[in-house]
Design a protein around this ligand. Structure first.
Ligand code: IPM
Ligand code: MG
Length: 356
């Protein structure tokens, strides 16, 4: 028996509804395998701004630091999006959380679900069997580089892209380690023909690659990578890249599988690891019990696997999710006009599968 101490940050929009399903499933798995689950909820995002004036309050940070893993729903609210004068934004909470927890590695697996291949915007022969992992650097680059701001007259704006050798080394080591357990290929994506930071990435990659003799290294410019992801997704195994390129490419990669509602992610680094769906807070659907809970549920599977090294537990969740998709127990976004189920019905079906 093991004890799992997790922080639960449901956040905004559909966050609370999908989190409820992931928690039900986490509890069911813990019961089945005889683990003890302790969880505490924390405030983050727009809801935290509304209640305490801070999207990542220090109480939430302490909770995360004292937990073994963080389950995270989604943050963001439309009332902040078109208000350039808003002093605090939900997204700032997310960025501060990544920085304070030292979550430098964002792992976004891209996998296909056989029963949903027909929903992919790509031809099925291109996407069938695609299975790769995007590793995005998450605490450096343009997102955090200083200076950032405006000139005094307000007519010039600047962001700074900064990377140190150490930052690049640790994310590349992560990528090579994953590749060693997978199909032994790392694609380093950069813009080394233009950017100084990219040239440092490439140099560091060349220094590190010999430490992983069984892994092949491929270098690719980001524009070419954007093209290759839709032309030949099966050619990738582990794709590693800097923060902003990774932000863009992972959105692109996530839709080739047929639904954005399905893919989970893990963020790992110095302190507690965090697990969250790739999709956002989908405010239009909030409170309607229609959102697809699968990405959140698969994030819980990643939590079992990465944070607790409980591979069987994670595999059981995946199996249950696949069974629900095969059985057509799906929310309306992937129901294809056929019968659809509510968020909580999908969650309950998966709980029943796990219990039996
Ligand atoms: C993501 C999101 C965030 C990012 C936003 C909400 C700040 O797009 O997690 O990919 O850009 O990192
Ligand atoms: Mg993004």
């Amino acid at each position: 028996m093991k004890e799992l101490n997790i922080a639960v940050l449901a956040g905004d929009g559909i966050g609370p509804e999908i989190m409820e399903q992931a928690l039900k499933i986490t509890k069911a798995v813990c019961n089945k395998f005889g683990h003890k689950l302790n969880y505490k909820e924390g405030l983050t995002g727009a809801i935290a701004i509304d209640t305490v004036g801070d999207p990542y309050p220090s109480s939430t940070h302490e909770l995360c630091m004292n937990s073994d893993a963080v389950l995270f729903g989604a943050i963001g609210h439309p009332k902040f999006d078109n208000d350039p004068s808003a002093k605090v934004r939900p997204e700032q909470g997310l960025l501060r959380m990544r920085q304070m927890l030292g979550l430098y590695g964002n792992i976004r697996p891209v996998m296909t679900f056989p029963s949903l291949i027909h929903k992919s915007p790509l031809r099925s022969d291109i996407v069938e069997g695609a299975d790769f992992m995007c590793i995005r650097e998450l605490t450096g680059g343009l997102y955090f580089g200083r200076p950032q701001g405006r000139s005094e007259d307000g007519n010039t704006a600047y962001d700074t892209c900064v990377y140190t050798r150490e930052e690049i080394e640790r994310i590349l080591h992560l990528a090579y380690k994953f590749a060693g357990q997978r199909n032994k290929k790392v694609t380093v994506v950069d813009k080394a023909n233009v950017l100084a930071t990219s040239r440092l990435w490439r140099q560091v990659a060349q220094d590190i690659a010999p430490q992983y003799p069984d892994v092949e290294t491929e270098y690719m410019f980001v524009d070419n990578a954007a093209m290759r992801i839709i032309q030949w997704p099966k050619s990738f195994d582990v794709l590693v890249t800097e923060n902003l390129f990774g932000d863009i490419l992972t959105d692109e990669a996530s839709v080739i599988t047929g639904s954005l509602g399905l893919l989970p992610s893990a963020s790992v680094g110095i302190h507690t690891s965090l697990f969250e769906p790739i999709h956002g807070s989908y405010p239009q659907a909030a409170g309607k019990n229609i959102a697809n809970p699968i990405a959140m549920i698969l994030s819980a599977a990643l939590m079992f696997e990465y944070a607790f090294k409980m591979m069987e537990e994670g595999a059981l969740i995946r199996e249950a999710v696949n069974a629900s998709l095969e059985a057509g127990i799906v929310t309306e976004d992937i129901a294809d006009g056929g019968k659809s189920y509510s968020t909580s019905e999908v969650g309950e079906w998966i709980v029943n599968y796990i219990e039996k």
